[in-house]
Design a protein around this ligand. Structure first.
Ligand SMILES: *[C@@H]1O[C@H](CO)[C@@H](O)[C@H](O)[C@H]1NC(C)=O
Ligand SMILES: *[C@@H]1O[C@H](CO)[C@@H](O)[C@H](O)[C@H]1NC(C)=O
Ligand SMILES: CC(=O)N[C@H]1CO[C@H](CO)[C@@H](O)[C@@H]1O
Length: 452
């Protein structure tokens, strides 16, 4: 053993778990390499928990806790994302420190630096110690493009009031001709351009071009023109996903009986509703969605936190006991892969989108922030595998319309065919000699030959 790969995980939302999933694969294919995985204690606790019973599955990976940047006794001001900003401010220093600990513990110099792409400064750190930087982008290629081309987009459209120009397409960027200004993540052209996140993503868009390779949880065939373009912008651009098909999480208990319940439903008949672990729609939209589900009589599974149930219409839960299940948690991958599921009502986060493709289930998208509007736009207008909610928010009328289109009309049948075709392309990409399989080998080789 001589190689020592250091990994910087972004410890918020669903960033660290997919990074650990690919590190696990890399570690399995390079048993003589040692991997030091850096994240906060809270994040480590959650992402390593699936391995808790059997840490011998990770013989050459060791986790280290990084300071979360919050001084003891600190009182949060209530500003959104304050804890993220505090972490990121302390991150360069704390990561450097804990990396030194790992080096002295293992007696091995770091030979390669892998990081979440958010850590735009990791490229400089890698350069200082003379090794390659391999950043990982956890969302899709189209949002990556928006950040890589931020300067060009700002020069072209200016950064004044965008209200009049919201519907103009971004035709100047390869593969984005069907994307409008309004679909961009906030902080690229509108919203607070000086915000912490906006600055971070802007710096990242520039820094990535210096990386030895940028890798991503997607597959080339999903966005061929963007893939081609990003391959020309980066030294290497490696699509090595979808992770949910390559290394599905270990089977989990069906705590709330979702799979049993689905077993009693008709083929492609039910609506599955979930907005991920971070987002809950505002109360009036929960009401609209509930009313639409009840009126439509479409059977449903709704993953909803217990504390949000108070916002549901009076008596909704009692009246719908035979129509649907409202549960605080679901085994999402298994639910989406079930033949009874006909539509996924989602916030359109990247992981959920990949899981919907893996299950071959068309979507109704209600995007909230970040890349979700972009994802919703391509789902409806490029891949034609779903619909974006009318007017951008849930209304009873809009949801009823969308459910009818997807579950009962020819249009919905076509969407199902389209998403099944993507599902097949994804399976091919991860098969023998598939694009993702070959890119993984390339990534592994770059990692092993990363001493510069
Ligand atoms: C733990 O994982 C190792 C390596 O994958 C495997 O050989 C072993 O059987 C597992 N042990 C248990 C108790 O599951
Ligand atoms: C692998 O795929 C490439 C490109 O699709 C093709 O040119 C090549 O012949 C394939 N190799 C094997 C061994 O199947
Ligand atoms: C693998 C591992 O346990 N790593 C660290 C992250 O979280 C756990 C669980 O709390 C800590 O004990 C470790 O320090």
């Amino acid at each position: 053993m001589s190689d020592h790969v250091a990994i910087f995980a972004f410890p918020f939302a669903t960033h660290a778990a997919p990074l650990l999933a690919i590190i696990h694969r890399l570690a399995t294919s390079s048993p003589n390499t040692h991997f030091s995985f850096f994240s906060t204690q809270q994040s480590n606790n959650s992402i390593f928990s699936i391995y808790k019973q059997n840490m011998s599955m990770l013989p050459n990976i060791k986790a280290y806790d990084v300071w979360d940047g919050v001084p003891e006794g600190y009182v949060f001001s209530g500003k959104p994302q304050e804890h993220i900003e505090m972490f990121m401010e302390s991150a360069p220093e704390s990561l450097k420190k804990v990396m030194e600990v790992a080096v002295s513990e293992t007696g091995r110099k770091v030979s390669c630096l892998v990081s979440d792409a958010f850590f735009w400064f990791a490229g400089e750190m890698a350069e200082e110690i003379g090794v390659a930087w391999l950043p990982f982008w956890t969302a899709g290629p189209i949002s990556l493009c928006a950040h890589v081309y931020t300067d060009l987009i700002r020069e072209t459209f200016g950064t004044g009031d965008m209200v009049e120009r919201e519907d103009e397409p971004l035709s100047l960027i390869p593969g984005m001709s069907k994307i409008r200004i309004r679909d961009l993540p906030e902080g690229v052209l509108f919203g607070n351009l000086e915000s912490f996140f906006s600055n971070m993503l802007h710096k990242m868009g520039t820094a990535l071009q210096q990386a030895a390779a940028v890798f991503i949880n997607s597959f080339e065939e999903l966005d061929p023109s963007i893939t081609k373009d990003l391959k020309s912008r980066f030294k290497h651009f490696l699509n090595v996903g979808p992770f949910n098909l390559i290394s599905p999480p270990l089977p989990v208990a069906d705590t709330y009986g979702c799979i049993t319940w689905l077993g009693k439903q008709k083929l492609a008949s039910i609506a599955y509703v979930s907005f991920g672990s971070v987002t809950t729609p505002p109360p009036h939209e929960l009401v609209a969605l509930a009313e639409a589900l009840e009126t439509s009589e479409v059977p449903f599974i709704w993953s909803l936190k217990d504390e949000s149930k108070v916002h549901l219409p009076n008596g909704f839960l009692d009246r719908t006991t035979s129509q649907g299940l409202v549960v605080p948690w679901t085994p999402q991958l298994e639910v989406l892969a079930h033949r009874a599921v006909g539509v996924f009502i989602t916030h359109c986060g990247w992981n959920s989108l990949l899981e919907s493709i893996a299950g071959g289930v068309p979507m109704i998208c209600r995007p909230f922030f970040g890349d979700q509007r972009l994802n919703g736009r391509i789902v409806e207008h490029v891949w034609e595998i779903g619909l974006k909610v009318e007017d951008g928010v849930f209304t009873k009328h809009g949801v009823l319309n969308s459910l009818d289109k997807i579950l009962s009309q020819e249009k919905g049948k076509k969407m199902r065919e389209n998403i099944r075709a993507l599902q097949q392309l994804a399976k091919k990409a991860i098969g023998p000699n598939g694009s993702s399989t070959n890119n993984f080998i390339a990534l592994s080789n770059l990692m092993l030959n990363a001493n510069m």
